[in-house]
Design a protein around this ligand. Structure first.
Ligand SMILES: [Zn+2]
Length: 111
């Protein structure tokens, strides 16, 4: 998902509004969340303020919270659910109970 602020800028353009201050920027950061890679538009100034300097490529906690909330609220319904394998289901063989065969009947038994 592309994370940015809506601006007057063209929808398909490579310059978007900074997620924090909405200034036009082409500076992007990759952000992994829920096993998906998101692209965050963040101007250099906001990047400096929100990057955790002790761990490379990690945002500060409050910013990350805001980012996660945005991603959760803007993820389309089909992508929210867990993905299921398209492989056919495994059919387990089950054992039928053995029915004992009746003893052979003779004419004397019937009469
Ligand atoms: Zn900014």
């Amino acid at each position: 998902m592309n994370v940015f602020t809506q601006t007057h800028l063209p929808k398909d353009g490579w310059i978007k509004g900074c997620f924090v201050c909405s200034r036009p920027t082409s500076n992007i950061k990759s952000y992994n969340y829920k096993e998906k890679v998101n692209t965050v538009f963040l101007c250099k100034n906001c990047e400096k303020q929100n990057i955790n300097s002790t761990v490379p490529n990690i945002f500060i906690y409050s910013f990350q919270e805001k980012l996660n909330r945005y991603i959760n609220e803007n993820t389309l319904e089909p992508f929210k659910a867990r993905t299921y394998s398209l492989d056919p289901p495994i059919i387990r063989r089950y054992h039928q109970p053995k029915i004992p065969t009746p003893p052979p009947q003779t004419l004397d038994d019937i009469v």
